[in-house]
Design a binder for this molecule. Sequence first.
Ligand code: ADP
Ligand code: MG
Length: 293
Amino acid sequence: AVPLVVAITTSMGASNGILVRDRLSMEKARKVDTVIFDKTGTLTKGQFGIVDLDFVKEHNGKEVLALAAAIEEDSEHTIARAIRDKAQAQELSLPHISGFEAIKGRGAQAKYRDSVVYVGGPRLLEMLQLTLPESLKKFSDHANMQGQSVVHLIQDNQVIASFALADEIRAESRSAVDQLHQMGIEVVMLTGDSQQVAQSVAKELNIDEFFAEVLPKDKDKMVQRLQEQGKLVAMVGDGVNDAPALTRADVGIAIGSGTDVAVESAGLILVKNNPLDVIKIFTLSKASYRKMV
Ligand code: ADP
Ligand code: MG
């Protein structure tokens, strides 16, 4: 029976770039002590571009790029789009593949001539129990150290090429983390990306704790684990992957331009895709509800 407060917070939220889907979330926000951010698409723009590639001797750059783009033709992943864009920019004609399948949190697979081919990241290598040849290991480590994500092309159970992808950290992310710290809130990052990339981004943003190479099905378990430690958790995310974690969190916050599933799983939405608006949620929540309870 508090329609006035609801009306006020809803309209204040809207003019502040926050869409309130669930007013209970807005009320709980003032008690949050831990914020978990997804990395790709949330702290970063999630718009990958291929910046470099490398391949083993018997192959060449155009061939591996064309094959990778063919595998990724029907994938909706942002990394897939980056690979297709690069192949298109070079006007490559793509080889014929069949039997495309996405492998959640790891990559994609297809059939090419008589072999099974894959494109994917570290969790794919782990699944296939493959290690990188020396030259590609060097290439990957170098890219990862600069915060670039790397995916690999696999044919006949061998890694034949690696692609380095750069994504940009959103300009407001560092300031958002700093301001959360000033409010005494702990900041955690979750990502399906590699340890090295996660470490590089976490360091640049001054993140307290991070979990990398987390499979989509495990993201909500990380939220639960923190809750079991007695934390009141807000989760900020954009992807299909993030939906269960957004639902599980005490306060679920979706990036407005994120996937429909993420937006529908969150109580609050950042209309301007600005991580700084997370701070506004907390100040608004404190200002609106402090005097009530
Ligand atoms: P995130 O959005 O946090 O990176 P995902 O679960 O979507 O998490 O992906 C985790 C990792 O799996 C990616 O960083 C990438 O290495 C790999 N991956 C997933 N899908 C693809 C794909 N279609 N092509 C290449 N790599 C992929
Ligand atoms: Mg994401």
